[in-house]
Write a protein that binds this ligand. Structure first.
Ligand code: MV4
Length: 573
C-alpha cells in the first residue's frame, strides 16, 4: 500500500495496513524525512521539495515512486488528491487499486450542482436552490423575490465554505458574486456559482456511508460537526445529539439513497444541514473524513480496515441491522494555533514537549512525537483526541479531563479554546449551531498558553517546572524574555489595524494579499477596507483605524505577508 499523505492520517492508514499484514510504503518531503509516518512504514521514498505542491501534490514524482515501490494499491488519505478524479483515474489505469470510490462517483460529487442533481434524482432534497450556474446577477434578485434573504452564493466546484458568500440584500449581490468568483478561482480554478436559500442557524450533521462492490450499502450513523470556526471544524461528535432518532434514521436512509444513486463504493460521507426539525442535503464527500474516529468509537467498526477489505473485493460482513451504536464519542482537533482570543493564529514550531493523555475511552490519533516539527507548509493538525463515554455528559467530562493531561511545549495549540467550548453551558445544553463559535463564544483571555497578555512583551518564552515546597508539589509557569534578536513586529489588533492608530496599517496574520482596495493619495476614513488578505482559508478585510491620506502602499496582489507586516501607511489628518 502506497500512502500518498502525511501526518496523522498517514499514520492511521499505515497502522490499519500493518494489522492486516499489508506492507506499507510512505512518501515524504524534505521536511518530513524523519516523521512518524515514515518511521512506521515498511518503506519510505523521498518526494523532494518542501511545500505541499513541490512534494505531496507532485503527481509525476508520486507515480515514479509507485513504479519504483511496486505497490499495488494507493490510499490517498484525506485532502491532497483524495477527491481528485484525474488522480484516481491515473492510478486505476495503471492496474493499481485506488482506496476510494469509483472515478464516476468522485466526478458526480465533485461538482456541487451535479451533486445536488444526483440527490434530487433519488428524492433527497437539498436546501432550496438552483441547479444551474448563475449567468446574471438578476437571477439572484429573482431567487430572493421567491425565497427571501439571506441567500448563499456558492462555488459549484468549491467546498469547505470557500467561495461561499452570504447576501442579505439586493445591493450586496454584485460584490458577493465578484468576491465568490475571486475566491473560487484562486482556490479551485473554476468560478461557476450557484445559489441556495441561506439557513441562518443550522446544525452541520453528516452521515457515514460504507458500501462494498456487491451492492451492499449501509450507513454507520451520524456525526455533528457544528463546533467550527470559519469552516474549520474544531470539535465533532457521534451520534448527532438532541435529534429525534426517527429523523436521524431518515437522514441515514437518505444518505444511503444518495450513495446508491451514484454507484458509490467504499467509505464516504453525506452532509446535511439540520434546522427546525428538518434536514436538507448539502453535499457528499467522497473520501474518509478527519472525524471518522468518532463513528468508529460508537460502532466498534474500523473504517480504514473496512476500506481496505472493500477495495480487495470483500463483501461487507455486517448488515444495516447489525450496526448498533453504543455511547457517545467526541473528537477534538488539536492544531498548532494560538487561539489568540479568537484570532486562531498559526503557531508552527518544534514539539519540545509532547505528553499525551491516556485512560479508559481515551484515544489519540496523532501524526507527531516529541521532538518533531509542525511546519507552516502543511496543515497544522497535530492530532485528534477522541474520547468515548456511555453518555454525552461522560464523554464531555472525559474529553476535558484528557485535555488537561496534555503537556505540550514549543508551540501553542487550540487546546484552551477546545476546553472553553466543551465546558460552555451552550455546548452542554446543545444550544450551539454552526455560527456559535464565531458569534457567541467569548474567547477573551483564551490564548495559546496562560502567559500574561503578550502584546506588551511579545517575545516571551514560556517554560514550566515542578517545584516541591515543604513536601508539596507545585507546577510553576515562568516566562523569560526571548532575546534571540527576532524582528519586532508592529503589535496588531484583530482587524489588522496597527495597535496605536498611528497610520501604519499592519496585517494581523500571515497570508496573501488578494486585492489592494486603495491608492496613494486617496482619502480614507476609519473603517475603510484597505486590502483584502487571504489567510486561514478565508478572505479577511484589513481596515483603516484612522482618517487621512494614503501615503505608502507596500504590497500588491499576490504578495505574501507575515503577521504584523505594515502594508499601508496613512498620513493622518
Ligand atoms: C450552507 C449553510 C447555510 N445555508 N448553505 C459550509 C461549508 C459547506 N460544507 C457548506 N456550508 C454551509 N452551507 C446554506 N444554504 C451553512 C453552512 C455551514 C456554515 C456556514 C457558515 C459558518 C459555518 C458553517 C459551518 C457548517 C456549515
Amino acid at each position: 500500500m502506497l500512502v500518498t499523505n502525511r501526518g496523522e492520517i498517514a499514520v492511521r492508514v499505515i497502522r490499519a495496513c500493518r494489522e492486516l499484514g499489508i506492507k506499507t510504503v510512505a512518501v515524504y518531503s524534505d521536511l518530513d524525512r524523519n516523521s512518524l509516518h515514515t518511521r512506521l512504514a515498511d518503506e519510505s521514498f523521498a518526494l523532494g521539495g518542501t511545500t505541499a505542491s513541490e512534494s505531496y501534490l507532485n503527481i509525476p514524482k508520486i507515480l515514479e515512486i509507485l513504479e519504483k515501490s511496486g505497490a499495488d494499491a494507493v490510499h490517498p488519505g484525506y485532502g491532497f488528491f483524495s477527491e481528485n478524479a484525474e488522480f484516481a483515474k491515473t492510478i486505476i489505469t495503471k492496474g493499481v487499486h485506488f482506496i476510494g470510490p469509483p472515478v464516476e462517483a468522485i466526478q458526480i460529487m465533485g461538482d456541487k450542482i451535479s451533486a445536488r442533481r444526483a440527490a434530487e434524482k433519488v428524492g433527497v432534497d437539498g436546501v432550496p436552490g438552483t441547479t444551474d450556474f448563475i449567468e446574471h446577477p438578476s437571477e439572484v434578485a429573482d431567487f430572493a423575490d421567491q425565497y427571501g434573504y439571506p441567500i448563499a452564493i456558492k462555488a459549484a466546484f468549491g467546498g469547505g465554505g470557500r467561495g461561499m458568500k452570504v447576501v442579505e440584500s439586493n445591493d450586496a449581490i454584485q460584490g458577493a458574486i465578484e468576491s465568490a468568483q475571486r475566491e473560487a478561482l484562486a482556490y479551485f480554478g473554476r468560478d461557476e456559482l450557484y445559489i441556495e436559500r441561506y439557513l441562518t442557524n443550522p446544525r452541520h450533521i453528516e452521515v457515514q456511508i460504507l458500501a462494498d462492490s456487491h451492492g451492499n450499502t449501509i450507513h454507520l450513523g451520524t456525526r455533528d460537526c457544528s463546533a467550527q470556526r470559519r469552516h474549520q471544524k474544531l470539535i465533532e461528535e457521534a451520534p448527532a445529539p438532541g435529534i429525534d432518532p426517527k429523523i436521524l434514521n431518515a437522514m441515514g436512509e437518505a444518505a444511503v439513497a444518495v450513495a446508491e444513486g451514484c454507484g458509490y463504493v467504499n467509505a464516504g460521507t453525506v452532509e446535511f444541514l439540520y434546522e427546525n426539525e428538518d434536514f436538507y442535503y448539502l453535499e457528499m464527500n467522497t473520501r474518509l473524513q478527519v472525524e471518522h474516529p468518532v463513528t468508529e468509537m460508537v460502532t466498534g467498526i474500523d473504517l480504514v480496515q473496512q476500506q481496505l477489505l472493500v477495495a480487495q473485493g470483500d463483501e461487507l460482513q455486517f448488515t444495516q441491522d447489525d450496526v448498533q451504536l453504543r455511547g457517545h464519542a467526541i473528537e477534538v482537533r488539536i492544531n498548532a494555533e494560538d487561539p489568540a482570543e479568537g484570532e486562531f493564529l498559526p503557531s508552527p514550531g518544534k514539539l519540545e514537549k509532547l505528553k499525551l493523555p491516556a485512560g479508559f475511552g481515551t484515544r489519540w490519533d496523532g501524526g507527531y512525537e516529541e521532538g518533531d516539527e509542525i511546519s507552516q507548509f502543511y496543515d497544522n493538525l497535530v492530532g485528534k483526541l477522541i474520547c468515548w463515554g456511555e453518555t454525552r455528559q461522560i464523554a464531555i467530562a472525559r474529553t476535558v479531563r484528557a485535555l488537561d493531561e496534555f503537556q505540550i511545549e514549543g508551540l501553542h495549540t487550540t487546546i484552551p479554546a477546545d476546553r472553553a467550548i466543551l465546558t460552555h453551558a451552550d455546548f452542554g445544553n446543545l444550544e450551539h449551531s454552526t455560527k456559535w463559535v464565531e458569534d457567541v463564544l467569548d474567547l477573551t483571555g483564551i490564548r495559546g498558553s496562560s502567559q500574561p497578555n503578550s502584546s506588551s512583551e511579545p517575545n516571551l518564552i514560556h517554560r514550566s517546572a515542578d517545584i516541591e515546597v515543604d513536601g508539596k508539589l507545585f507546577n510553576v509557569a515562568m516566562w523569560f524574555p526571548d532575546n534571540s534578536g527576532r524582528i519586532r513586529r508592529n503589535a496588531s489588533s484583530s482587524s489588522g489595524n496597527s495597535g496605536g492608530g498611528d497610520g501604519k496599517i499592519a496585517v494581523p496574520m500571515q497570508g496573501t494579499i488578494v486585492k489592494v482596495m486603495t491608492e496613494v493619495g486617496a482619502s480614507v476614513s476609519s473603517g475603510d477596507v484597505l486590502v483584502v488578505l487571504e489567510a486561514m482559508k478565508m478572505e479577511n478585510n484589513v481596515t483603516s483605524d484612522v482618517a487621512g491620506t494614503v501615503s505608502e502602499i507596500n504590497v500588491t496582489t499576490g504578495d505574501s505577508v507575515g503577521a504584523g507586516d505594515i502594508v499601508i501607511v496613512i498620513e493622518m489628518t
